[in-house]
Design a protein around this ligand. Structure first.
Ligand SMILES: *[C@@H]1O[C@H](CO)[C@@H](O)[C@H](O)[C@H]1NC(C)=O
Ligand SMILES: *[C@@H]1O[C@H](CO)[C@@H](O)[C@H](O)[C@H]1NC(C)=O
Length: 490
């Protein structure tokens, strides 16, 4: 009897440590590798994949180990979307072919791995495994940065909920209101709301003009295409929401499908400061942002991550988050970790991921949302309560923008000193564009395509819907390349 118990306990310990080793993650009792998981061969080392036998389940591969995971009740796994979704006509049941990673041959000019002696702040930061704190500060002294990022078109569907969520009553330890970062695509965006959020001191960053599908366009796009899409949307944000060019310094690849060196060359050539597109697998200790002088210090979940050196360009890697319910699903966009429609459960999920940062190396917690997070009452409420409760509970938690986080990393200081840090002072508020926007009805002309579009702006309506090769919205469209050749830009 007793020996039976001891054997059971031993067996459990052995099993548990095997799982911890596989995941490098302590709460891994949440992940249940099922027996049939052993017969499933991971198509790639990391990622989520359809269960070929059962459309209501999927496998999470972490270091080539497959974990069998159910979708929440009444949802099905769509392998094209990599999400659990409701059953529709275009549901992709079963595996879709895995696209082969883009760079197949090793790059002869690849950046070396981190060389700490050759990498000094403020312009270079790296560490061997990516988890080191800048400035050799002790975790206790480090301010915990939380960075709220929202991707997607800002418009009448979500404009007002943001006004409520990012309310001036939520204050950082220095008494300044919390700020968020918006990665804005052009299509369907209302520049009235962009100008309003920018005016309130939130950070506006670039996504792309078209946000086009198929998603696999992005990893293979040329450098010129990246320039037209990303610098193009930067110019449109400047032209139609009066966002100063000097304030748009960051980008995120559509669908988190980075374009490798071609995308980074665009960032480097056009003077952006940072990217936030490289997803990293779940790790026990999260990653700090780093500069791309050296090779990224983590496995890259995307097909085409940069391999060369881009000195001084910061990367905010996307730490994988994990849901703390029985599904144990993992995600980089929080809306893709599936949970019950219960604000309490969503709140617990946010807190659980916060704690993985706060209790280890205090790496900035980058929370990635799609804009429609705030239009779902349960999700918006959970985030609202989360912000208030961590600000109330912890004296060293700050909700900052990516640019503010870079300012701190360039000049690391204790939480106490951060209270008088110039870079975290209340941003000067700018004039809102207008109280009532103008809604313009304009033609979108692209190749042979002509469509009618609505566009909200505070200023004058453009003659055409701004688009690729027509970033001014004029009858005779200009591309970024046209403007660069005229040296009107930069
Ligand atoms: C800001 O929050 C307060 C208190 O929660 C609320 O009364 C007010 O309506 C909010 N402001 C906006 C613009 O939503
Ligand atoms: C645009 O912003 C600048 C400051 O950056 C300001 O001087 C100017 O008045 C603004 N223009 C409009 C039309 O709002």
């Amino acid at each position: 009897m007793i020996s039976n118990i001891i054997t059971t306990v031993l067996l459990l310990v052995v099993l548990a440590s095997a799982v911890v080793e596989a995941f490098g993650y302590r709460s891994s009792k949440k992940f249940k590798p099922k027996d049939d998981g052993l017969s499933f061969k991971c198509p790639m080392e990391y990622g989520i994949f359809a269960n070929p036998e059962n459309c209501r389940r999927f496998y999470t591969c972490n270091g080539n180990i497959a974990y069998d995971t159910p979708c929440p009740t009444s949802l099905y796994f769509d392998d094209a979307k990599k999400l659990c979704v409701y059953k529709t006509a275009d549901l992709q049941c079963g595996p879709v072919p895995v696209t082969t990673p883009v760079p197949t041959t090793p790059d002869p000019n690849a950046a070396p791995t981190c060389q700490p002696e050759a990498c000094k702040l403020p312009d270079c930061f790296c560490s061997e495994d990516g988890t080191l704190i800048p400035g050799d500060l002790r975790p206790d002294d480090v301010p915990q940065m939380v960075i709220l990022t929202f991707s997607g078109a800002l418009n009448v569907l979500n404009g007002e909920p943001f006004q409520y969520l990012l309310n001036d009553t939520k204050l950082n330890p220095n008494g300044c209101p919390v700020k968020a970062t918006f990665f804005v695509p052009h299509e369907y965006t209302s520049y009235y709301y962009v100008q309003k959020l920018y005016g309130q001191g939130h950070e506006i960053a670039a996504q792309s003009i078209t946000n086009r599908e198929p998603e696999d366009y992005w990893p293979v796009a040329s450098n010129e295409e990246w320039v037209e899409e990303v610098i193009g949307v930067k110019e449109i944000l400047h032209n139609f929401a009066n966002v100063s060019r000097e304030d748009i310094l960051g980008m995120r690849a559509p669908f988190l499908k980075p374009g490798g060196n071609k995308m980074l060359e665009m960032i480097y050539d056009y003077g952006l400061d940072y990217d936030s597109s490289l997803a990293a697998p779940l790790s026990e200790v999260p990653l700090w942002p780093y500069t791309l002088d050296f090779r990224h210090p983590h496995k890259c979940l995307a097909a085409n991550c940069p391999t060369r050196s881009f000195p001084g360009i910061w990367e905010f890697p996307l730490n994988t988050q994990v849901s703390d319910d029985e599904t144990g699903s993992t995600c980089v966009f929080l809306d893709q970790c599936v949970f019950p429609d219960d604000p309490e459960a969503i709140y617990d999920f946010l807190v659980c991921n916060f704690e993985r940062h706060y209790s280890t190396n205090k790496a900035p917690l980058v929370l990635n949302f799609h804009v429609n997070w705030v239009t779902d009452d349960n999700k918006a409420a959970a985030l609202d309560v989360f912000i208030d409760s961590v600000l109330e509970t912890y004296p060293d938690v700050w909700f900052v923008t990516m640019q503010q986080a870079i300012q701190w990393m360039r000049n690391p200081m204790t939480s106490e000193m951060a209270k008088s840090f110039e870079g975290w002072k209340c941003p000067r508020t700018r004039m809102a564009g207008c109280n009532i926007p103008r809604t313009c009805r304009v033609k979108l002309q692209h190749d042979t395509r002509v469509e009618l579009r609505y566009l909200q702006v505070c200023g004058k309506c453009p003659e055409r819907y701004p688009w690729l090769n027509n970033i001014g919205g004029n009858v005779n469209g200009k591309s970024v390349k046209d403007l660069v050749q005229k040296e009107a830009l930069l």
